[in-house]
Ligand binder design. Sequence first.
Ligand code: NAG
Ligand code: NAG
Ligand code: NAG
Ligand code: NAG
Ligand code: NAG
Ligand code: NAG
Ligand code: NAG
Ligand code: NAG
Ligand code: NAG
Ligand code: NAG
Ligand code: NAG
Length: 542
Amino acid sequence: MLTKRLFFLFAFVDAISASTRAHQSCHETAAKLQLASTTILFTSYHQKGESIPLPGTAASCSNTLANITANLCRVVFDTASSSSSSIRMEAWLPDEWNGRFLATGGGGLGGCIDYPTVQNGASLGFATFGTNGGHNGSVGFDFFLNKSESIIDFGHRAIHIEAEVGKALSMQYYGSSPRFSYYVGCSTGGRQGLSTATHYPNDFDGMVVGAPGVEWIRIVTQWYLMAQRFGWPNTNASEYVSFEQFQAIASKIVELYDEVDGVKDGILDNPSHLHVDPQLFACGTGILNSSLCLKNAQQVRSFRLAYQPMVDLEGNFVYPGFPFGVDVTSFAQNEVNGSAFFPVTQVRDYFRGIVYNGSNWSDLSLTAADVEYAVKLNAGLTNTGISEAQLGKFREAGGKIISFHGRADQKVPSELSEWYYNGAMANINATLDDMHDFYRLFFIPGMAHCRTGPGAWNVGQVAPLDPNTTDAEHNTILAIQNWVEQGHAPDYLVGTKYQGDLVSSTIKSQRKHCVYPLRSKWDGVGNTTDSSSWNCVAWDKY
Ligand SMILES: *[C@@H]1O[C@H](CO)[C@@H](O)[C@H](O)[C@H]1NC(C)=O
Ligand SMILES: *[C@@H]1O[C@H](CO)[C@@H](O)[C@H](O)[C@H]1NC(C)=O
Ligand SMILES: *[C@@H]1O[C@H](CO)[C@@H](O)[C@H](O)[C@H]1NC(C)=O
Ligand SMILES: *[C@@H]1O[C@H](CO)[C@@H](O)[C@H](O)[C@H]1NC(C)=O
Ligand SMILES: *[C@@H]1O[C@H](CO)[C@@H](O)[C@H](O)[C@H]1NC(C)=O
Ligand SMILES: *[C@@H]1O[C@H](CO)[C@@H](O)[C@H](O)[C@H]1NC(C)=O
Ligand SMILES: *[C@@H]1O[C@H](CO)[C@@H](O)[C@H](O)[C@H]1NC(C)=O
Ligand SMILES: *[C@@H]1O[C@H](CO)[C@@H](O)[C@H](O)[C@H]1NC(C)=O
Ligand SMILES: *[C@@H]1O[C@H](CO)[C@@H](O)[C@H](O)[C@H]1NC(C)=O
Ligand SMILES: *[C@@H]1O[C@H](CO)[C@@H](O)[C@H](O)[C@H]1NC(C)=O
Ligand SMILES: *[C@@H]1O[C@H](CO)[C@@H](O)[C@H](O)[C@H]1NC(C)=O
């Protein structure tokens, strides 16, 4: 009894002193860091379970608190990227380091540290870094106005600097270099990842790029040009299709065509394979009621046009459209306070801050010619277009990429990933097998942009992680690690849909998501909510 008590006492004292040591070493080691062009702003030591405030975060960044997911040392620092620009970054350095480095990207217009992903990385033992990409906040333009170096940071340099400084900092802090380097980002973070693979092919051993926002200028402007096709900003035009109409038609399409892929589950496995006639949704067909149906031939035409691909000034295809059945209502805006309003801020900010350099440019005036001009200008290489998909050196360096994209993505059309993948393949004259050796793409049916939706969408991209699905089959970070370090290339990922999308809740369904160009098909026997009932097969016609 006594020895047992003593043992607990010693164990307790041990734990305390380990924590004290870690605490001291956090401050002492951080004080000794020698990093080029870098100013350490502060360091703090935290215990797993703490929630920390994030003072000084721009209002447009959604996180005001971060959750500490391991006992760790946090180092916040600025690194100059040129004589007139700098990047805010932070490191989360777990006491129980797994010997690996993980960098994260941003979303939208960048400008915010992706705390949920940083939390997840640290919980898995990675020395994990976040970056604001060289500007402060995701809404605004003055941080770009006449600041070409900050534009370059956003375009292609910030992640490279994160990799360089992050690896050096990890090495100095832990006393040994990270054995492997990884990157994870979604949307703009996905674009930043692919841009880095092209321009800095030796930065990472493995990269996870979700719904990559490549052809970035076309993505954000597409939303406006689509809306203009159905009358915006004249919300009183007879061809104007309302938010409510778009939404009702999108859900009706899911309802009508649900079983085309073989399973009635509220999910269109590949909506771009559907052939839908918008005439079905006209008044008089009995499909939609009199307030939601398309009122006239102009509205039917508007609806059809909204989903058409983007073309350049000569009418050549430049960018895929959204498939019918995807809810694009974020671009179908009714008027707010009596005037037309577009809720997406990126176009306004990009053209004011980067293209036309003035606060007076109005997004109401955007035309296809403005888009072509901006794409041609490609300031800071922000666009990251298909022609820039040059992954040969990344492949030669042994790098691996896992990409995923929701088939119900309402912001970045899922076909873009297919198009980029095929473009990257053509650019290096590779075969599909060559591509599979280093770059694998997984479509996720029923997933919206980066996350959420009726599909089995969770592959570890939101915080917190569920310990039950934190393995190489269910979690993309562990999948890329397994590929890079063990040579196990994933043939599929298993996605999870939780009740209410809460990982603390029960699992509603799980499903395999297969490596492109295969798809997962129900075996016709097992429970469709069980991943073992799905197999990877080639697409058949349906
Ligand atoms: C970012 O903006 C916030 C709010 O305006 C400010 O408090 C903070 O100091 C800024 N941070 C940086 C890195 O400029
Ligand atoms: C942190 O945890 C709280 C409480 O569990 C949660 O509400 C919040 O969303 C979490 N924040 C992040 C950034 O994960
Ligand atoms: C940006 O540069 C233009 C042209 O040199 C100048 O007219 C304008 O005042 C500058 N704006 C800012 C905010 O510095
Ligand atoms: C606006 O500034 C960017 C770089 O900051 C420059 O490339 C572009 O030419 C400028 N545009 C105009 C209309 O002056
Ligand atoms: C049409 O359906 C919508 C949604 O169910 C409902 O809100 C609306 O009142 C209906 N309109 C008519 C005229 O029945
Ligand atoms: C509409 O008016 C309300 C109330 O004045 C205001 O809070 C809101 O910001 C306005 N919305 C827009 C988009 O102007
Ligand atoms: C649409 O018409 C209403 C009523 O006639 C008017 O108040 C509103 O300003 C108009 N909206 C636009 C965007 O023209
Ligand atoms: C921008 O608009 C304001 C008010 O509408 C005007 O006073 C100013 O001269 C304009 N500036 C430029 C550079 O056009
Ligand atoms: C592309 O690869 C094929 C087969 O490997 C080869 O025959 C062909 O010459 C290559 N073309 C170019 C342009 O490199
Ligand atoms: C996770 O696994 C534990 C133990 O097997 C179980 O009790 C718990 O219900 C599981 N959680 C979920 C969300 O399935
Ligand atoms: C399939 O599994 C779910 C639980 O995941 C269960 O609720 C449902 O009843 C099962 N369906 C069949 C047909 O067995």
